[in-house]
Write a protein of this length. Structure first.
Length: 268
């Protein structure tokens, strides 16, 4: 693997070169500089990981919402991202490399006019994800989210993460095989009622719990193995009376991936 290189957000460094204007066109000019730097970086340095942040569409969305201005901003964004994809295809063709491209946004907009966000409505909570790779059955059958991006590029880059890290990851890879998804938990009468979606019918699900969150302070959680059940059952009810607690970290480990949920008694 080449030396790790992160292409960060250049916007803060370019504001002085792009004076503000009432229509915020300066933000588009900053994005153009960011794209030019990213294009050059991909073609010439080929970092292991490149992160690019573009601001103009967000600015137009806040100002004008659903409008011709927003449509124009998206068209500008499409051309910019096309330059990045051209750079990726250049690397793939000339150097026989394999590249993963993921494009997303950090939030949606309100249903009324497409301007604001921060609430819990479907449009505000919805984010789209675009990739140059064929996505797996989890991506098509469920509702992928931003948390799925990190395990996706980790999978693509062959990162071998230790168990104590894997157990903390909320997302699921959007490429490759996936065993389990959509965990649901309920604790009642000293029993753990656990359900999941099986996306691969082979193998089993190993269920473990921890009654503490030592990982939070840099220590390692001590997990207790509870049960191993066929994955296609999609449910397990387990007696946990031996482990009384107001807090549980529950981990479900399938053949191809691990998922988790927390239970906090009387959580609001």
């Amino acid at each position: 693997m080449r030396n790790f290189f992160l292409l960060n957000n250049y916007s803060a460094y370019l504001v002085l070169d792009c004076p503000n204007d009432k229509e915020s066109n300066y933000m588009h000019l900053i994005d153009e500089r960011v794209i030019a730097a990213a294009d050059s970086g991909i073609r010439n340095q080929a970092p292991d990981l490149t992160w690019v942040y573009l601001e103009y569409t967000d600015d137009m969305g806040h100002r004008y919402g659903d409008s011709p201005k927003m449509t124009d901003a998206v068209e500008k964004l499409d051309k910019q991202l096309g330059k990045l994809y051209d750079a990726i295809q250049y690397r793939e063709a000339k150097y026989k490399e394999k590249w993963l491209l993921i494009i997303t946004t950090d939030h949606g907009r309100d249903e009324k006019n497409g301007k604001n966000h921060g609430g819990q409505s479907p449009r505000q909570r919805s984010t789209w994800i675009v990739s140059n790779k064929k996505l797996n059955n989890y991506a098509h059958l469920d509702y992928p989210a931003i948390v799925d991006i990190m395990p996706t590029f980790g999978n693509f880059m062959g990162m071998n993460l230790p168990n104590e890290v894997t157990r903390e990851i909320d997302g699921i890879s959007l490429i490759g095989k996936v065993s389990v998804a959509q965990p649901e938990i309920n604790v009642f009468q000293q029993k753990l009622d656990l359900r999941w979606q099986s996306l691969d019918t082979s193998g089993t699900v190993k269920i473990c719990i921890s009654t503490k969150n030592e990982f939070k302070t840099g220590a390692q959680d001590q997990y207790i193995f509870l049960q191993e059940v066929p994955i296609q059952k999609n449910r397990a009810i387990i007696d946990i009376s031996q482990y009384p607690s107001d807090f549980y970290k529950i981990v479900m480990e399938g053949k191809y991936n691990t998922i988790n949920r927390w239970f906090v008694k009387n959580a609001k």
